[in-house]
Design a protein around this ligand. Structure first.
Ligand SMILES: [Zn+2]
Length: 240
């Protein structure tokens, strides 16, 4: 393109298209309007493209992180699945052991085996706490010698059933709960002792007793003896 000849001092040829343009008094403008506009459009387009690229990169990064999280979650799910399988197998084995009769006295004495230290401490802590709680909630002025025994028996039964300290035994045949209690022969005594010591006045005792009665009834209700009858009467009385 032919260079035009400037007609005034502020006119210059555009460095891009060589067209003469007015660079202004201070010489601030460096290109013609058309080229300046073109460059602005290109800049704007470049910025838009840069923004799009950044968005794309962020999206890809997010996807990678998501996939990583999924993989980790997958590993966690696999771990949980394994743990569940292991725990179910253990439960089945425990169930078989619980249902394989052992000699009653032997099982009862195993409460004091070193191998059962954790279980023994757990059960003793539970019954000590329960006894303390119940004692604080009833009038103890005329408490007889077996008050503690029966409060402890109720706790041993509830905690035993809840934590599966249940063992089938022979001589005598039946179940031993928490190593210590035959649950099918307590109903009649409980009915009498609960009234005698007014244990209903203890909300802690009542809560445990209300949990226990349906369990006893469901397991031994068909025995049709004085104990199962007493359990049914107590369920009726307490509406559980
Ligand atoms: Zn130009």
């Amino acid at each position: 393109m032919d260079q035009e000849v400037p007609t005034n001092p502020s006119q210059k040829p555009c460095p891009i298209c060589s067209k003469l343009f007015d660079s202004g008094l201070s010489g601030m403008r460096t290109k013609c309007d058309d080229c300046a506009e073109q460059i602005r459009r290109e800049e704007a387009e470049k910025q838009r493209a840069d923004k799009e690229e950044l968005k794309r990169q962020l999206k890809a990064k997010h996807k990678r992180e998501q996939r990583k999280r999924d993989r980790l979650l997958g590993a966690e799910a696999v771990k949980q699945r394994r743990e569940l399988v292991r725990s179910e197998r253990q439960q089945r084995e425990d169930e078989i052991v619980r249902n394989t009769p052992v000699h009653a006295e032997t099982h009862s004495e195993s409460f004091y085996d070193p191998a059962n230290t954790d279980n023994r401490r757990f059960l003793q802590d539970q019954s000590n706490q329960f006894l303390e709680q119940v004692s604080s909630e009833v009038n103890l002025s005329d408490v007889g010698s077996d008050f503690e025994d029966w409060v402890t028996i109720v706790n041993r039964l509830v905690v035993g059933f809840e934590n599966k300290f249940v063992q089938r035994v022979y001589e005598p045949a039946g179940e031993l709960i928490s190593y210590t209690v035959f649950p099918d022969v307590v109903g009649a005594f409980l009915e009498h002792r609960v009234k005698f010591y007014r244990l209903d006045e203890s909300s802690s005792f009542l809560e445990a007793y209300r949990k226990l009665l349906p369990i006893l009834d469901e397991r031994y209700g068909s025995n049709n003896d004085k104990h199962s009858d007493a359990v049914k009467r107590e369920r009726e009385r307490l509406q559980v």
